[in-house]
Design a protein around this ligand. Structure first.
Ligand SMILES: NC(=O)c1ccc[n+]([C@@H]2O[C@H](COP(=O)([O-])OP(=O)(O)OC[C@H]3O[C@@H](n4cnc5c(N)ncnc54)[C@H](O)[C@@H]3O)[C@@H](O)[C@H]2O)c1
Ligand SMILES: [Zn+2]
Length: 382
């Protein structure tokens, strides 16, 4: 990963080739986008809310590109992220006469990006895909890696592909219309990446999270860009070298994603993914403290930041039994070893190899989670 400015990162990968993720204003009206389109047939796929909110900018893009560009609205919502939705997108692409040189443009959240990436990997055995993510989660996570997926046979993202994007343009201004729970969901992933790889990012978050949340990442604008740039850079660095997930089971980006899937399932998806990740991170902090490699004060500081972001730090569904199930599942998924990413300091990950190690302190760590945080302590002071 190389940074060509404070807001532009290029992933250079032996198999994926090269793609750039840029933080830009007016993502729908950019020369970089025009350069990829360059007279080719294209299909813009938009999520319904984004079509409703940003029709003028989408229409202007259409007007600049003429009849070679078509636009369709895709489905929204996690339950609709299935093969049928991918088929509809492929149908529209073929009806539009898309050839091998065609380009998809995905404008929406992670659901839209996942669906379009799948379609782009299938049409003519793979055409280019530009992603213009419109949620915070998509801008710093879902839309910047190589993967696309659909839910299948009742399992989340169980069919998928590796199909790296041609270009990703993240426009923070698009976040101003995002509902607050979606901002919080993005913050959970940002806190995760800060915890495993970026102490200065964590410290910046401690200072600015309340305002970033209140203004939906519009103010302070410089800090919003700094937070996004750091998150994107660290996420790309974490993916780099293992973009196709064939090199290692030790993935720092798995932090916050060990206990959270079971928690989401136990709550029958009434808890949001980001909230479950937040609880998982809080438990990871108390576990790390009980294992003796994270200072108790730091564990408290981590939980405080999560709470300041309006995210939960515990849940009634988080039982020792659920945690043990989750650990067993993680071992199955991570090559027969636990490979649990924890943190031994803010900004630094460390892996735990076996469930037995976690087991010994699990009950205590769960109890710690239920202790109230001291109220008069300011964020950032530990
Ligand atoms: N491929 C990957 O590597 C990867 C990684 C992480 C997550 N994901 C996937 O991403 C999905 C989650 O993405 P998400 O959190 O973006 O959810 P999402 O795509 O469902 O979007 C959330 C909601 O925000 C609305 N929305 C989008 N942009 C908006 C805007 N600018 N203003 C107002 N409303 C807007 C959408 O219509 C939707 O209702 C999941 O399906 C997950 O599996 C994929
Ligand atoms: Zn996640």
């Amino acid at each position: 990963v190389t940074a060509s400015s404070t807001a532009s990162f290029t992933m250079d990968h032996e198999r994926a080739g090269r793609y750039t993720v840029r933080i830009v204003p007016e993502a729908l009206n950019r020369p970089e986008l025009d350069a990829v389109l360059d007279g080719r047939r294209s299909l813009v796929v938009v999520s319904p809310t984004v079509e409703r909110l940003y029709a003028p900018a989408l229409d202007a893009l259409a007007a600049r590109n003429g009849p070679r560009m078509r636009r369709i609205v895709c489905v929204s919502g996690e339950p609709a992220k299935g093969l049928a939705a991918v088929e509809r997108i492929c149908d529209a692409a073929l009806a539009a006469g898309m050839d091998r040189h065609g380009v998809f443009v995905a404008v929406g959240g992670g659901v839209c990006s996942d669906l379009v990436t799948m379609a782009a990997s299938l049409v003519r055995r793979g055409v280019r895909c530009v992603r213009i993510p419109t949620t915070l989660v998509a801008q710093i996570d879902a839309a910047i890696g190589a993967k696309g997926a659909v839910n299948f046979a009742g399992r989340k993202s169980s069919l998928g592909c590796f199909h790296p994007p041609a270009l990703v343009l993240a426009d923070p201004v698009l976040l101003r219309t995002l509902p607050l729970p979606e901002i919080r969901a993005g913050l959970a992933e940002i806190i995760k990446i800060a915890l495993v790889s970026d102490a200065p990012l964590f410290e910046l978050l401690e200072r600015v999270v309340p305002e970033l949340l209140a203004t939906r990442f519009q103010e302070p604008a410089d800090d919003a860009t700094t937070v996004m740039a750091a998150s994107i850079r660290r996420m790309l660095e974490a993916l780099d070298g293992n973009l196709f997930e064939d090199r290692s089971y030790r993935r720092t980006v798995d932090a916050g994603h060990t206990f959270s899937p079971k928690l989401e399932a136990a709550a029958r998806f009434t808890i949001r993914h980001g909230e479950a990740v937040a609880v998982d991170l809080a438990l990871s902090a108390t576990l790390a403290a009980r294992l003796g490699f994270l200072a108790t004060g730091t564990s408290e500081r981590i939980r405080r930041l999560i709470a300041t972001a309006g995210l939960p730090i515990t849940s009634d569904d988080l039982t020792a039994e659920l945690c043990r199930d989750a650990l067993a599942e993680a071992v199955r998924h991570r090559g027969g070893r636990l490979n649990l990413p924890l943190f031994d300091a803010v900004g630094h990950a460390r892996f735990v190899d076996t469930s037995q190690v976690v087991d010994q302190v699990l009950e205590l760590a769960l109890e710690d989670l239920r202790l109230p945080l001291a109220e008069d302590q300011r964020v950032g002071v530990s």
